[in-house]
Design a protein around this ligand. Structure first.
Ligand code: NAP
Ligand code: MG
Length: 462
């Protein structure tokens, strides 16, 4: 099913986190494989940009249909490789198809402007950039790739995608599906290789016009530095440490019952995780009681079991990192269940009370560990919510609409929900303030991030 491993060549083992078994062996790729993929993408670009817009849109719709038809198969592969509950995986693959449909609809709506000037006509064109390099993380493997692929291809670019080597399998399948759906050879090239070799080469390659990256702030910083050498465009979707602010005048029970899913979804391996649960002091006891009931009832286990709500962590190494946030003297207030091994299990854990200065409140844990931080009043809520290097998502829970909007305006974050934990929709912009990133994905403007503006002046005077 996957690229053949030739005898004697080095291999990479892809592990199933729920069982610790080897799911697939892949050949280890090198910088020369990236160079070959970039050359293919570069060669395919002139013909792809010449495809009539309606035809390009039709191809992307066909690809969306193919993904939708294969949802069950792709979701099972994603669930096994990333260790995520099968229901969530189906939702993610559903969003992949939805994303391609949305940007297929944008192909014929990507327009320039005409601008009044003296002596002629001035017009702008949105030109494709050429070859786009994409580097994606392991937590939402195919769907995060789709957020980049769909607008980039819709805007007539060609692509080299380097998925995370912990979870490359759905991207490899997707490349085949795209060819079957009729995408011309070379338009989409998947290079399942390591970040330090293949990712690095993609960022340095002189024929790559832009890097669209999702991953950690640390690696993102390195990518921005390396991209500077060739003045590459970059968009970066990075880490987060988002606040879930619950006022005492909210429906506290509802907020508490929703809170676990805002941080323990995907085993907490979610850039949008609202891992700082800030609760107004008079509501803390009521909140913790409902939170305990909800967390202790969470079913943690086999990702392929339909009733599972939380699977394992991605790797043994990552579990060790997560565990370092729960030392023996940590204020563990709530601990859910987790199966015995094999599998990289970690129970959903709530620390309370936590100060915003504690390590568990400052660093992205990227695991099922939440910190409850008590606060007093609106001003302190804003100060604490903004006291972080990140600014990706967040929620505010209150029945006071004006207060909700004051908070929404005051919190430095790219995405905020009121009385909800919703973060991501195909049709609305997503991305971060501060060290959570540069640029926005999804929504009506994402295609523009995969274009250059060209200004043309046509003199009309005799
Ligand atoms: P990561 O360690 O930064 O890796 C992300 C990608 O970068 C992987 O494909 C990785 O390759 C590659 N990479 C590593 N070193 C590289 C280098 N020197 N040059 C080029 N590429 C390199 O992130 P992760 O551990 O996969 O994912 C977790 C992080 O992603 C978290 O911080 C999370 O917040 C963030 N995230 C952000 C968003 C968002 O939209 N804002 C969404 C999801 C996740 P290999 O791993 O294959 O070696
Ligand atoms: Mg990492």
């Amino acid at each position: 099913m996957f690229p053949a491993v030739s005898a004697g060549s080095a291999t990479i083992e892809v592990i199933e986190p729920a069982t610790e078994r080897v799911l697939e062996q892949l050949p280890e790729l090198g910088a020369e494989d990236v160079d070959a993929a970039v050359a293919k993408a570069k060669a395919a670009f002139p013909a792809w940009r010449a495809v009539a817009p309606a035809e390009r849109a039709a191809l992307l719709h066909r690809l969306a249909d193919a993904v939708a038809e294969r949802n069950g198969e792709l979701a099972t592969l994603e669930a096994r490789n990333a260790g995520k509950p099968i229901g969530n995986a189906r939702g993610e693959i559903g969003m992949v198809a939805e994303c391609f449909r949305y940007y297929a609809g944008g192909v014929e709506r990507l327009t320039g402007k005409t601008i009044p000037v003296a002596g002629g006509v001035d017009m702008t064109f949105r030109e494709p950039m050429g070859v786009i390099g994409m580097i994606t993380p392991w937590n939402f493997p195919l769907v995060i790739a789709a957020w980049k692929l769909a607008p980039a291809l819709a805007a007539a670019n060609t692509v080299v995608l380097k998925p995370a080597m912990l979870t490359p399998l759905t991207a490899i399948e997707f490349e085949k599906l795209a060819l079957e759906a009729g995408l011309p050879e070379g338009v989409l090239n998947v290079v399942p290789g390591s970040g330090s070799v293949c990712g690095q080469r993609l960022v340095e390659h002189p024929d790559v016009a832009k890097i669209a990256f999702t991953g950690s702030t640390e690696v993102g910083r390195g990518i921005a530095e390396a991209a500077a050498a060739t003045i590459k465009r970059v968009t970066l979707e990075l880490g987060g440490k988002s606040a879930n602010v619950v006022f005492a005048d909210a429906d506290v029970e509802k907020a508490a019952r929703a809170a676990p899913y805002a941080v323990f979804d995907n085993s907490g391996q979610d850039c949008c995780a609202r891992s700082r649960i800030m609760v107004e002091k008079p509501a803390v006891d009521e909140f913790l009681a409902a939170l305990r009931d909800e967390v202790e009832g969470m079913k943690v286990g086999d990702p392929l079991d339909e009733s599972t709500v939380m699977g394992p962590l991605i790797s043994a190494g990552h579990r060790e990192e997560v565990a370092s946030f729960v030392p023996d003297d940590a204020p563990v207030a709530i601990r859910g269940s987790a199966p015995e091994g094999p599998g990289f299990w970690f129970p959903p854990t709530v620390l309370s009370p936590v100060s915003n200065d504690d390590r568990a409140a400052r660093e992205e844990i990227f695991g099922p560990v939440a910190a409850v931080i008590p606060f007093e009043g609106e001003a302190e809520a804003v100060a604490l919510a903004n006291d972080t290097i990140y600014g990706l998502s967040g929620s505010v829970w209150t029945r006071d609409g004006a207060k909700a909007l004051r908070m929404a305006r005051a919190i430095d974050t790219g995405v905020l929900s009121i009385n909800s934990n919703s973060s991501v929709r195909v049709s609305t912009p997503f991305g971060g303030f501060k060290q959570s990133g540069i640029g926005r994905e999804l929504g009506p403007d994402a295609m523009e991030h995969y274009t250059e503006v060209k200004n043309v002046y046509y003199a009309t005077e005799e």
